[in-house]
Design a protein. Sequence first.
Length: 436
Amino acid sequence: MSTKINVGIIGVGTVGAGVARALLEKSRLLEQRVGARVVLRRVCDRDFRRPRGVTLPVRLRTRDPNAILHDPDIHIVVELIGGLEPARSIILEALRRGQHVVTANKALLAHAGGELFAAAARAKRDLYFEASVGGGIPIIKALREGLVANDIDTILGIVNGTSNYILTRMKEKQVSFHEALLEAKQHGYAERNPSLDIEGHDASHKLAILTLLGFGVQVRLRDIHIEGISKISQADIQYADELGYCIKPLAIAKQVDHELEVRVHPTLLAKSHLLANVDGVYNAIYVHGDMVGSTLFYGRGAGQNPAASSVVSDIADVARTIASGSRPRIPLGGRRGRGALRLRRVGNVETRYYMRFLVTDKPGVLATIAGVLGRHHISIASVHQKERRAARVVPVVMMTHEAKESNVRRALQQIDRLGFVKQPTVTIRTEAPRSK
């Protein structure tokens, strides 16, 4: 007779309904693969009248989270309500009562992950969160287990499908940012208020989690440099393409000279880069380790089934632990390898830059801009003056050699005050492929 593992789900929205359906419909398959009977014992939600695409027996339903938290026969609590509270209190209470926890709550982990992981360690219970980053992509398991022997130096992620979809449509259909955003809303890829996605905050939550797993560093959200995609124009998409690049919304964590850079922003990638052809709502995470080299994890970053697949994977892992009587297997925290990393200030970041100036077309303009850049130690790699527009105003696109962020900022503050510059300069950082 297989061991029986009871599961309670708190929050039966899109993902929760997918998890419930998988547990109800795939019980025999899960038992074969897990070696234990994984049983859905209770589901909690405020309103069961909404259609969910799954029939939930009345005997399983409750509107009171305590019916799950106070049930001594429930071994695993699945938190899928999202947000900071009451999700945080629910997880802490479950751990305090000796229940294992599975969550998809990226925002909560980014804000209070240290507290939650410490609580799990004290309770000697598992806290799993595969669906918090990358939907159905098993990136958390890869970082926790598959790459455990690697000293990781680079993580680059396209981890927000909304932003990636918008930039993809701008390129493919040659539409403006606002037109692509409207299309994303019509297809359900963007919320009515999409600022969390398009301004980079959703990606920063995910980057904080990836940084903890990849580098053993708990990064505060305020220490992550964030820029959204709303200032990217159709012209930038076109010019980047002509220069041999594409623009992708990247979450970046990388070691440079024993410091850790953590930043989220639109980025120019060479068309040969592994992430360059990740389009639409798809996500991908590039990881480079000293033993494995370059790896790419790719798949759907959102949606009911991909996210539910990751949640059920976590449930299965915890069920195996319970059935075997083991302790939690892969502890979190602690920098592995070459000592603690300190965070690099964004002003000290060095990379190549794309710059687009909108200037009056008259003699001396390029020389003046080049002079300002030179005085701030910024070397120009190439210059492209585009077609003449009305009132003799033209765009000028420059690519720089590697330059220091603080120098770039000071130079552009001076350039943007010049009378012939008609709008603030657009700058986009580049990310080069690793040489090995």
